[in-house]
Design a protein around this ligand. Structure first.
Ligand code: ADP
Ligand code: MG
Length: 337
């Protein structure tokens, strides 16, 4: 190592690139559960690294319990990271944010939730739900608020807006509620949207409509999405890149077509083989009946996937593999590649 005095002074971080909206480096999130004496640590997210460019859609795919929602909630500042750095537009998000900083942060980063019914207050009209963020962020006042709300409704496919603006959530269909959820997220003009399974609760027939709406709005507004889903086909449809998570680890990352057509990680292969096929009436098949969801308080040593992996060798049981770049832009956390 160089003596301190002769170390070059770093004037800029070469890893920060101007087109990156989000950069996550070395992210870990642990939860302590249980009472004293029986305290256990849930290692929900381990060694997570991911960047999103402006205008890019990255799908985060994995089975239930793999840590996807936790990643989104840490990015959204609903949870504090246990370790790691998150940069927004090149600037690290500090550990402590003042009220004003948090408000400014929320203008940049918005979430869309899985269940539009529970994420909308049942007592509040669409008008109230959509005008509140405009007022909180001081983006509109007086008559302009109503104009902006109507404009957002129209852009989210709720036309004519007069038909929807006075409705309560229970008076809307699931798809319409999710359109209100999308309008609410977009109303503050964010750069990044974290969409946590936004179509999972919706009828299959309207999932595509909602995905298309999100893609149209992305193009109009130059947004970036982290689109969380457990549905590989949906991920392929919306995303430029797909990131696969298994048991708290990112195990594969690459351009959507490559990940789908030529998976690098055995877990991606398994997901692909279990994806609903048109000939099976689009009913998802159960991935495995012999294996439970991995226990994140007690992962096996080595690769987290080896107990389920058809190719597992002795060396897979040693250490957790690193996420390695096998081809330009294609990463896998598997020692067998
Ligand atoms: N607030 C919390 N407290 C304790 N454990 C949590 C909390 N949130 C999530 N977990 C645990 O973290 C793991 C990952 O959960 P989650 O991020 O919700 O996964 P996914 O969204 O992929 O289904 C699970 O084991 C879950 O039980
Ligand atoms: Mg989740």
């Amino acid at each position: 190592m160089l003596p301190v005095s002769s170390m070059p002074i770093q004037v800029s971080n070469p890893q920060v690139s101007p087109d990156k909206v989000l950069e996550i480096q070395g992210l870990y999130k642990q939860f302590a559960i249980g009472r004293w004496g029986r305290r256990r640590i849930v290692r929900a997210v381990n060694d997570f690294n991911l960047s999103l460019s402006r205008g890019e859609v990255v799908a985060l795919v994995g089975e239930s319990g793999s840590g996807k929602t936790t990643v989104a909630r840490v990015i959204a500042r609903l949870y504090k990271p246990t370790a790691g750095t998150i940069r927004l537009n090149g600037t690290p998000v500090p550990e402590k944010l003042s009220r004003d900083d948090l408000l400014a942060f929320r203008r940049q980063v918005q979430m869309i939730f899985q269940d539009p019914f529970s994420s909308l207050n049942p007592l509040h009209s669409v008008r109230y739900t959509l005008s509140r963020p405009l007022k909180i962020h001081r983006l509109a006042a007086g008559r302009e608020v109503e104009e902006r709300v109507k404009d957002m409704l129209e852009r989210c496919g709720l036309t004519p807006p007069e038909l929807y603006i006075d409705k309560l959530p229970h008076e809307l269909s699931g798809g319409q509620r999710q359109r209100v959820g999308i309008a609410r997220a977009l109303s503050v003009g964010p750069a990044l949207i974290l969409a946590d399974e936004p179509t999972s609760m919706l009828d299959v027939s309207i999932r595509l409509d909602i995905m298309n709406l999100m893609l149209d709005l992305k193009d109009e507004e130059g947004l970036s999405y982290l689109f969380i889903t457990h549905d590989l086909a949906g991920a392929h449809y919306v995303a430029d890149r797909i990131a696969i998570m298994y048991a708290s680890y990112l195990v594969e990352l690459g351009p959507s077509d490559d990940v789908i057509n030529e998976p690098l990680h055995p877990y991606t292969e398994l997901l692909k083989s279990a994806a609903p096929k048109p000939e099976s009436g689009l009913k998802p098949e159960r991935i495995s009946t012999t294996y439970d969801i991995p226990d994140l308080t007690n992962l096996p040593p080595g690769c987290p996937f080896w107990p389920r992996c058809p190719y597992a060798e002795d060396r897979c049981r040693g250490e957790v593999p690193q996420l390695r770049e096998i081809e330009p832009g294609r990463f896998t956390r598997c020692v067998l590649k």
